[in-house]
Design a protein around this ligand. Structure first.
Ligand SMILES: [Cu+2]
Length: 405
């Protein structure tokens, strides 16, 4: 991975991003309060007005998947973060629209090598490195402004159940997929969000392209090429996402952590921790988080929420001067200048996500998710490098009163 990218950020670049997007989006989504309030019936669906289009046509994505689930969102290519998705609204079949995210984008790709250096921060000017996609790069989809692919793809069985008297009940699920590709030195990063027909969101990044060619001693690498002469350096890809949740609007959103104590015993006990103040958290067995709207309920009277599961991380922990690597999830209160998880470019703002967490009361939660992948090179990585994926899952929890199939 080469360095040329992350040099000076010009004022022009700073001007283009989150701050202005935020300002522009304040009129967005009157759908906010519209979610299945208690008593909303399935038949109400057709009576619900779609939210006013919050962005112009090339930037608007509005897809109804085969099971009737609808996703509406906007995209923009930011100079600093690359692809950002904003005003994300989910409408389950037979239910009302609910806003999920005000915005989401990558917040850093930190790449420390096992030999101690180099230690890259690959995001800072990602938008300039977007790759013009060709038709074959966007199978079954449509390219937007060259750089964004909007498509759908199968996600396997949505459900399957036998019926002894008749045919099995089964259905194939489908995802709306939005992605861009970025060339960062030798690497190509595929930056993708999948919006499923069951209300879940899967953000992930695939790394492909070519190995960077850094070589080291046997203890920090793996022999690549003939014999045992050249050892390609192992490294981590620590990828940070920033998710500005606005579930049914930004009011009343709360982040909770769930644990299930009782390892080694027959019983498991649910333990809820509310993050009323800014908090950093680490992964743990069975641990997950959710962002819940404390007022808006589904037809069963349960609070509407989206769950965050970060169980596929290598959980990289760096030295003291990389304190941002020492937690897997951060919850901050919204601040427009807090854009990146490290090397934050905004003047007058803290430089890294660990510093954003300073005990403030969380009024409008922003969740930062850190997912690590330890890349130990192998012969198959040359050349071209097979895509290795990393990401996490965001799952609807009690948005609808039953499976909205
Ligand atoms: Cu790698």
């Amino acid at each position: 991975m080469t360095v040329f990218l992350r040099l000076a950020l010009s004022c022009a670049m700073l001007a283009g991003g989150l701050g202005s997007a935020r300002a522009a989006s304040t009129q967005a989504a009157p759908a906010a309060r519209a979610v299945t309030g208690a008593g909303a019936s399935a038949s109400a669906a057709h009576a619900v007005r779609a939210p006013a289009a919050p962005c112009s046509a090339p930037y608007r994505i509005d897809k109804t998947l085969p099971n009737g689930a609808r996703w509406q969102l906007c995209w923009e290519m930011r100079n600093i973060e690359g692809l950002a998705l904003t005003k994300v609204v989910y409408t389950p079949k037979g239910n009302r629209a609910v806003t999920v995210l005000r915005s989401t984008a990558l917040a850093q790709i930190h790449v420390p090598y096992d030999s101690g250096r180099p230690r890259y921060h690959d995001i800072g000017a990602l938008g300039y490195n977007a790759i013009a996609l060709q038709s074959a790069d966007c199978p079954g989809g449509e390219r937007r402004e060259q750089f964004v692919c909007v498509t759908t793809r199968a996600r396997g069985h949505a459900y399957l159940k036998s019926d002894y008297d008749g045919p099995n009940a089964s259905a194939q699920g489908r995802d709306l997929v939005v992605f861009s590709a970025f060339q960062v030195g030798w690497y190509t990063y595929l930056v993708e969000w999948a919006f499923s027909d069951d209300g879940s969101i899967t953000p992930r990044v695939g790394a492909t392209g070519s190995l960077s060619g850094f070589t080291t001693t046997p203890e920090h690498g793996w022999p690549i090429g003939v014999g045992a002469r050249t050892f390609e350096t192992s490294h981590n890809h620590n990828i940070f996402w920033r998710l500005d949740f606005d579930i049914a609007g930004k009011a009343d959103d709360l982040v909770e952590q769930y644990d299930f104590s009782g390892s080694g015993t027959a019983k498991r006990k649910l333990e809820r921790t509310a993050f009323a103040r800014e908090t950093k958290a680490v992964n743990g067995p069975m641990r997950w988080w959710r962002v819940v709207d404390q007022k808006v309920r589904n037809a069963d009277g349960h609070r509407v929420s989206w769950e965050i599961n970060n169980s596929d991380s290598s959980e990289y922990r760096g030295p003291a001067n990389e304190a941002f690597t020492r937690a897997d999830v951060y919850v901050s209160t919204y601040r427009s200048c807090e854009r990146l998880a490290t090397v934050n470019p905004s003047p007058g703002c803290a430089k890294s996500v660990d510093r954003y967490i300073n005990g403030e009361r969380v009024k409008d939660p922003v969740v930062w998710v850190n997912v690590g992948y330890h890349h130990v090179p192998r012969d198959e990585d040359g050349d071209l490098m097979p895509t290795h994926w990393q990401g996490f899952r965001v799952t609807a929890r009690d948005v609808t009163a039953k499976n909205p199939r």
